[in-house]
Design a protein around this ligand. Structure first.
Ligand SMILES: [Zn+2]
Length: 243
């Protein structure tokens, strides 16, 4: 499928996954409505997935478990252990972090975080790991991928965002910010990788696509580059494709 990209490392680790491009369905619709369900069905068919689950993303810190296909509720992270169920996140500049690992009994657990700056400051990736580990996930088995998103080269924020990050994440958060004129460049990739590592994920098990949606061309929609008319793309991870 020419509107579906994948990462060789995560694929080699055995995780069916991918993310769509600007040429794929537009995932901008109301996540509770029929247009979103139709876009999800197009993705499910194209990617060879048995079933898909998604959330109404609200830029918060809430994590949900998907127990069935369809809309799981309001959250910015979603995980599951239901065989054949893919979890799908949507974004335009916000990093989507895909996570897959196994329990002590060998059963797979997989999920994603939608790591906007607000959700990152709320600890969304840390909370996703906490919930998955609480169900038996061994962090040392985790493979993770940071999908194309606003990179540290371009993602400008103001003093308010930096102050919120330092207040919530502590002094270590200063390393995620670089001065650019009157503004700051925020490295959301590093900020979320740090949440994975703090949860026990090996740093060398985290893959960064390194593709910036703002300066990296028009392959992916970007809210910062295209404005309010920007589309949304989607990323998924699952334990298996259809037989
Ligand atoms: Zn950039």
């Amino acid at each position: 499928m020419n509107w579906l990209d994948t990462d060789p490392a995560l694929g080699a680790a055995g995780w069916p996954h991918g993310w769509t491009t600007a040429g794929g369905p537009d995932f901008r619709a109301d996540p509770r409505g029929p247009d979103m369900a139709a876009g999800m069905e197009t993705l499910r068919t194209a990617a060879g997935l048995r079933a898909v689950a998604w959330v109404h993303q609200v830029h918060g810190g809430c994590v949900l478990r998907a127990g069935a296909p369809g809309l799981a509720g309001d959250a910015d992270a979603l995980w599951t252990d239901v065989p054949g169920l893919a979890v799908v996140g949507r974004g335009a500049d916000c990093p989507l972090v895909l996570v897959g690992g196994s329990r002590g009994d060998g059963a797979a657990v997989w999920g994603f975080a939608h790591a906007s700056w607000r959700s990152t400051v709320a600890g969304i990736t840390a909370s996703l790991m906490k919930d998955m580990v609480a169900t038996g996930l061994r962090a040392a088995t985790v493979r993770a991928l940071v999908c194309p998103s606003a990179g540290p080269c371009c993602y400008e924020v103001g003093d308010d965002v930096r102050a919120a990050a330092l207040a919530a994440l502590g002094g270590a958060a200063t390393t995620y910010f670089t001065r650019r004129g009157e503004r700051w460049l925020l490295d959301l990739w590093a900020a979320n990788a740090a949440q994975l590592v703090a949860a026990g994920v090996r740093h060398d098990a985290i893959t960064f696509t390194g593709l910036c949606t703002i300066c990296g061309g028009d392959r992916y929609p970007s809210h910062r580059r295209c404005g309010d008319g920007a589309g949304r793309f989607a990323a998924f991870i699952a334990d298996a494709r259809t037989p």
